[in-house]
Write a protein that binds this ligand. Structure first.
Ligand code: ATP
Ligand code: MG
Length: 465
């Protein structure tokens, strides 16, 4: 149900409305300054929403009746640095005590012919009009210390109910700017809010419009969605939306595994696995894609059980291709591909093998790999998740190796290239091979990580060759 703007709920009037939001000093200073010059000014959007929800706002945005040039002039006259972030769209950024604050002039958006950006924006003197162009009711509240909360669209009530609702008609709002479809899912995941029925229906119906949206913008919103606590339940319901820009996910839905280790189809298994790990984008993307290749390599054995030979490498390739298309940064893509590729390997539970893995993929990647493996394991049949103990053991082994400063990479080896050269060896490939071999033996435990012993071993190898 959409609600018409009816009331301006001011501070304290509703009884339930919080009387005061904690505003950082620089923000209060910026609001006060604009007002002293005769303009209206409010904190707006995410910072108001997050403050009401008891979360710490990422940043503080202000909305004002002052024109961009006026805002600029006011802050410059007081000696504050001003950056003209998007003066055409009415936004300037001012720096107060080192805090960047975005200040945007009250604005209404013109018509949208490309489902992306308004053809033109118009400045207005009406706060209500500015709030009505915003995407969701919970993002369309303004606050000033003087007037309290300005809430024309029931944003505070929706905050309390945990509901995400478009301002105005959802079909029309998604038509105007299709990114809002994905933003709805992103806020649902990060805030743990439910899309109200009309907004949910419109999101599913209008999903194809996302095809026209720049990949970078999609990537930013989808990564936030995926890193949110509610990612798994949002994707369970709205995976066809993600399928518009990540069609690789679609074959996972309903793909049965026919294997005693699994009780879920590939998508459901993946969503359960996502519930098991929090963390960085790399980790979440790795879990999302870890079995994406399964539908491509399904086979049955003579007993009829399903197998997916080679699926880890195929999934790694799928992840790399999909995330490159999405314009994710290359370091994250490399990490995701690595984690997916190795998610299924058996890592023997011994110091030797842990050192080899630490050497091969770095400590950070190894820890992430254990997390991916644990998530994968816990999302299989609950009674078969015994491997998790083994993974904990691997993690403790890594702890010990690191704590004790045991050697697993060339930079920790007690002998350097320069030492070998000093002892008469020539720089070049052979020297590199010898260092590598010394490291191997140190990791194996057949040589101590001590300079003399290592130099001696190197000399004896050369004599034999
Ligand atoms: P976050 O805390 O994640 O930054 P936010 O609500 O501040 O959340 P932003 O993307 O920073 O989100 O946008 C700031 C505000 O601008 C939003 O709260 C909303 O009022 C408005 N807004 C942003 N993008 C859109 C859009 N595509 N359509 C309509 N309004 C938007
Ligand atoms: Mg923001």
């Amino acid at each position: 149900m959409n609600r018409e703007p009816q009331k301006n709920t001011l501070s304290g009037q509703e009884g339930r409305t919080p009387a005061k939001i904690e505003i950082p000093c620089p923000v209060e200073e910026a609001l006060g300054l604009l007002r002293r010059f005769g303009h209206e000014a409010y904190a707006v959007g995410g910072c108001v929403r997050d403050s009401l929800l008891g979360r710490v706002p990422k940043d503080w945005d202000l909305t004002t009746s002052a024109r961009p040039e006026e805002t600029r002039g006011i802050f410059l006259s007081r000696g504050y640095p001003v950056i003209e972030t998007g003066i055409r769209h009415g936004t300037v950024t001012v720096l107060l005590d080192g805090m960047p604050i975005e200040i945007t002039t009250y604005r209404v958006d013109g018509s949208y012919s490309d489902h992306r950006r308004p053809d033109q924006v118009r400045f207005t003197r009406s706060l209500q009009k500015d709030l009505s162009r915003r995407d969701f009711t919970v993002n369309a509240m303004a606050y000033s210390p003087k007037e309290g909360l300005v809430d024309w669209f029931g944003g505070w009530e929706d905050c309390q109910q945990g509901v995400l609702r478009c301002v105005g008609d959802p079909e029309q709002r998604f038509q105007e700017d299709a990114l809002r479809v994905l933003r709805a899912l992103r806020f649902s995941s990060s805030l743990g809010f439910e899309l109200e029925p009309a907004t949910a229906q419109a999101a599913l119906r209008r999903k194809e419009l996302l095809e026209g949206i720049a990949r970078e913008r999609i990537c930013k919103e989808f990564t936030e969605l995926l890193c949110g606590d509610g990612a798994s339940s949002v994707l369970r319901r709205f995976y066809p939306v993600a399928g518009v820009f990540l069609p690789e996910l679609l074959p996972m839905a309903g793909f049965e595994q026919h294997n005693p280790h699994h009780i879920y189809d590939v998508l459901e298994h993946t969503l359960h696995a996502l519930e098991q790990v929090k963390g960085t984008a790399a980790l979440r993307y790795a879990v999302l894609f870890h079995d994406s290749g399964k539908p491509l390599c399904f086979s049955r054995d003579e007993q009829g059980a399903g197998h997916f030979y080679g699926h880890a490498s195929i999934s790694a390739g799928i992840a790399r291709e999909a995330l490159t298309r999405l314009r994710l940064d290359s370091a994250t893509i490399d990490r995701v591909a690595l984690l997916v590729k190795y998610h299924d390997v058996l890592i023997p539970c011994s110091p030797k093998s842990v050192k080899r893995w630490l050497n091969r993929i770095s400590e950070e990647a190894f820890r992430q790999l254990l997390q991916v493996k644990a998530a994968d394991n816990l999302a299989q049949r609950p009674d078969l998740s015994c491997r998790v103990e083994e993974l904990k053991e691997l993690s403790s082994l890594a702890d010990r190796i690191i704590q004790e400063g045991q050697c697993f990479c060339l930079k920790d080896l007690a002998v350097k290239g320069a030492d070998l050269i000093q002892s008469g060896m020539l720089p070049g490939k052979e020297l590199g091979d010898i260092l590598r071999r010394l490291l191997d033996q140190v990791m194996e435990g057949t040589l101590p990580n001590e300079k003399e012993a290592l130099l001696q071993a190197a000399r004896s190898w050369r004599r034999k060759e």
